[in-house]
Design a protein around this ligand. Sequence first.
Ligand code: HEM
Length: 548
Amino acid sequence: GGKQLPPCPPGIPMIGNLVGMLMNRPTTKWIVRVMNDMKTDIACFRFGRVHVIAITSDEIAREVVKEKDSVFADRPDSYSAEYISCGYKGVVFDEYGERQMKMKKVMTSELMSTKALDLLRDVRNLESDNLLAYVLNLYEKGGLVNVRDIVCTHTHSVKMRLLFGRKHFKETTKDGSLGPMEKEHFDAIFKALDCFFSFYIADYYSLFRGWNVQGEEVVLREAVDIIAKYNKMIIDEKIGLWRKNCDANKNVPKDWLDILFTLKDDKGKPLLTPEEITHLSIDLDVVGIDNAVNVIEWTLAEMLNQREILEQAVEEIDRVVGKDRLVQESDVPKLNYVKACIRETLRLHPTNPFLVPHMARQDTTLAGYFVPKGSHILVSRPGIGRNPKTWDEPLIYKPERHLTGDEVMLTEPDMRLVSFGTGRRGCVGTKLGTYMIVTLLGRLLQGFDWTLPPKTGKVELVESKENLFMAKPLLACVEPRLDPNIGSGNNNFNSAVGEHMFDKVLTPSDVGKLNRLVIPKQHAENYFPLEDNQTGTVLDFEDRTGKM
Ligand code: HEM
């Protein structure tokens, strides 16, 4: 390749496209608009001294994540990435190298292995049952269902259980909704992710760093501090528990943190330090949720406007699963039409404007153009998904286009749409993410009949001005379709499920002559405050094998 940069939108010498970036918020949408006007699939924006190269075609995206994967395996430095990753000590936002690879390998081989996925399947099933109970509850109250709210509640609860082994940080709620602490935690994650894609000026002009221009640094720091606070709270509690119970091998891990704490190196020493566990935990805490929420909401919205799609999906679920049991993860390979709908949503309504940004580790080329070392590479998710060269009628929602006769997958290594990415920086959660989204949508469609709110002709399929979510949360009416007494395990979806409060290791004094069980002070204070506990509390116990 020559030394010619990709086409650049006109800018001002020295500051390049800075004015455009600042005047056209959100910058993410402006970039794609400018490229449409320029009729190009690759463009080079100049923000200060940084070359930001944006891409809207599958072919060039393949060059980034497949053909020249190792050249583009770095992530750019940014204020938000650095703060979220505690100074680049995690996986998602970090420079490619030995440390990042070691941590990522722990995620893939220990947390996402078939064994680990199997181990925590009951936990996910439990929350899937809770979800239906929660929607049924809303139906019985006679109101409209806010789809965004139920999916946020569900995915947050699943994530909490997988990572921390519990649904609530402290107090539980009666109806299965998020409590105040969970809401704070959840909002902080969304805020941090928003900051990540906000084109903060100090990321291109380091001169501005630390000045809190436009208030962004403070917003980000507050959000990340909240996330870190909750992670630390649980991790400290876990460290205490694992220390007390040194013979950790005998314990069955109940969540990802347990798994991370019990990993050993070849010499039998702990594989990860508590700091490393904290960094992994924060990364796992922030990824994945936004995708599930966005995908389910858009899919149901499209289905409400094109009822034949909804009916076809329900028909498939009734055929594959029946009405006597709920959709399970093991049904996922067979629910091809449901997956085709989700794939179509990932194509037309992706969650984030770009892949997590990549960075060139050396001078190289893309589509024959020169790409200098250090360039930021933005692979546009909507740009690729809606590219008319790849898709006919790109703006029409047509799930059939993904039915090729083979098993439909949500992954797309050829990058004709952007779901999980691929290559060295590809998503580690492809299997889990697929299980979660497909069972969630499957159960919502199986459990309830969905209709538009009264006097609504169509859902307004309008994207938010700030990001790619629907402008307004989707509201819909539901009618139960199934006998509410079916369920996946001991539960049925009509009953709220008990909440895990704390673990306690039995000690000799607990089983001695005193006839009493001593509850550690910190848990007693958390769960049984004296002032409002005059009537006493009934507790259920469960031992580590799950016996109640
Ligand atoms: C639910 C749907 C999900 C979607 C659509 C999704 C999508 C993505 C995408 C597009 C990337 C960036 C790829 C790139 O930069 O080339 C990514 C990275 C990542 N994802 Fe996911 N993800 C999902 C769920 C999850 C889950 C459940 C987890 C783990 C719990 C997870 C963990 C990660 C990690 C750790 C990375 C960073 C990998 C790296 O930088 O090397 N994701 N994901």
